[in-house]
Design a protein around this ligand. Structure first.
Ligand SMILES: Cc1cc2nc3c(=O)[nH]c(=O)nc-3n(C[C@H](O)[C@H](O)[C@H](O)COP(=O)(O)OP(=O)(O)OC[C@H]3O[C@@H](n4cnc5c(N)ncnc54)[C@H](O)[C@@H]3O)c2cc1C
Length: 428
């Protein structure tokens, strides 16, 4: 019944019950976690819809809502916590055909949710601007990043995606109504990193910055500490701040593509810096005991593709059996020796971030996987050292969730949006 209604509303080529299409639309990058991989597949779409614009999306969700069928929105499926997996089957709404840039203004860009970051950045740069931030998965979608991501290139200067990146959203609620709801400013917050449980994003307006002349700087160091000190100094001293700073110890460098900018056996620091501050950047690297291996004007895209969980992905390809922990906070670098003593043999990848108290590093600790219990024990031990740890091995949203639950109750009273991701509130 729903399938027929969707075909009438969207056209036959925008609705699929093909087993292969349903399977593809029911997976994401959760296999990056050995804990989650053991639980996959956890759900299978009964039908997949491909709305081409906001009006079709609204109609699609209204039909599913009226039929009481679960709705899981989907972008490019690069989320690595199983966010896009339809745990209760039902309808998967693939947004990748809704990919038009609608407006590029001074300081912001508005686009349909399925627009990729490659398209967004190109449109912004044509207007003399650039995205404030974007993930290392540049092919992923605007709606998917806002609903399932956190930050990336640009986050040193502009913070996480919930630090003012989003100025407005047009959202489809799951209430049976085909009307879009416009949200602006702080009202957008309960939609961010909520896995689509508080509404399906149809269009989003996000911040642009003036376009800069970025270049890639490759440096190497004899010790991790020197590279970390240089990275912190680059983030503090350069104006404008670097768009990205990544640090990898030699064990990770060995898993990255061979490149003269990243000599084997040395700790690699890579930064996307404004060409106008290269002289200062070189001085900072030298003062910290490092060597500038190369400056490559065409290199920023490569550096983005080696940042954040791309490091995890590359290391896991060459060294299977490793699990990743997402870590951050000053203790990560200030108590690095204790962190390493806790997890002997672990590999560390770091990316710069503009924290409330100044620049810091967030990181990925890649450690041998010997079961979920040992992994959770390691997370607890890291927290006791003062390291911030977020859990990449669960597909449930993590607390605090009061605002998410409040908006979900309004926009999804029947609990049909991506069910299984928003845990029930625990009563005190
Ligand atoms: C190798 C690798 C590197 C990564 N690097 C980064 C990184 O640098 N920074 C970062 O933040 N993340 C990173 N991620 C995670 C992931 O890429 C981001 O979350 C990404 O931007 C998700 O976009 P997507 O289009 O693939 O969304 P999907 O994976 O399809 O969806 C993500 C979540 O959003 C929901 N959703 C999708 N579209 C909508 C919509 N229109 N409205 C409401 N909900 C929606 C889905 O239901 C799902 O819960 C990485 C992942 C991998 C595998």
């Amino acid at each position: 019944m729903l399938v027929t209604q969707l075909q009438q509303a969207l056209g036959d080529d925008a609705v699929s019950v093909d087993p292969g299409v349903r399977r593809t639309a029911s997976t994401d990058w959760a296999h990056m976690s050995p804990v989650l991989a053991a639980k996959l597949p956890a759900g299978l779409a009964d039908v997949v819809a491909f709305p081409a614009d906001a009006a079709q999306l609204a109609r699609t969700v209204a039909l599913a809502s009226a039929a009481g069928v679960p709705v899981t929105p989907r972008g490019k499926g690069t989320g690595n916590y199983g966010q896009a997996i339809p745990l209760r089957d039902g309808l998967v709404v693939d947004l990748t055909r809704a990919r038009r840039v609608l407006d590029v203004g001074a300081g912001s860009i508005t686009a349909e949710a399925g627009t990729s970051f490659v398209t967004l950045e190109a449109a912004a740069r044509r207007s003399g601007q650039e995205l404030a931030t974007f993930p290392s998965t540049v092919g992923s979608t605007l709606g998917g990043f806002l609903s399932g991501g956190a930050g990336g290139t640009g986050s040193i200067e502009n913070g996480w995606l919930w630090s003012g990146f989003v100025t407005a959203l047009d959202v489809v609620p799951c209430t049976g109504s085909a009307e879009l709801v416009h949200l602006a400013g702080p009202d957008t917050a309960p939609l961010l990193h909520a896995y689509g449980t508080t509404g399906v994003i149809a269009t989003a307006t996000v911040r642009l910055r003036p376009r800069r002349d970025w270049t890639a700087l490759f440096a190497s160091f004899g010790t991790d500490r020197e590279a970390v000190d240089a990275g912190l100094a680059l983030m503090s001293a350069l104006d404008p701040q670097p768009r990205l700073v990544s640090v990898d110890e030699p064990g990770i460098v060995a898993a990255l593509p061979a490149d003269p900018g990243m000599p084997l056996g040395r700790t690699s620091l890579r930064a996307i810096v404004d060409a106008g501050v290269l002289t200062t950047a070189r001085q900072v690297v030298a003062a910290a005991g490092g060597v500038v291996e190369e400056v490559r004007p065409g290199g920023p895209a490569l550096l983005t593709s080696l940042s954040f969980n791309h490091a995890t992905h590359r290391v896991q390809r060459t060294r299977p059996g490793l699990a990743h922990l997402q870590v951050g906070g000053p203790a990560l670098v200030e108590r690095a020796d204790e962190v390493r003593a806790l997890l002997p043999g672990a590999l560390v990848h770091l990316d710069g971030l503009g924290g409330a108290d100044g620049p810091e590093f967030v990181g990925l600790l890649l450690t041998r996987y010997s079961g979920a219990d040992a992994l959770y024990a390691a997370m607890d031990a890291l927290r006791r050292l003062g390291v911030h740890v977020s859990d990449p091995h669960t597909w449930e949203l993590t607390e605090p969730l009061d605002d998410v639950r409040r908006v979900a109750a309004r926009f999804d009273p029947a609990g049909l949006l991506n069910p299984g991701k928003l845990p029930a509130a625990v009563r005190a």
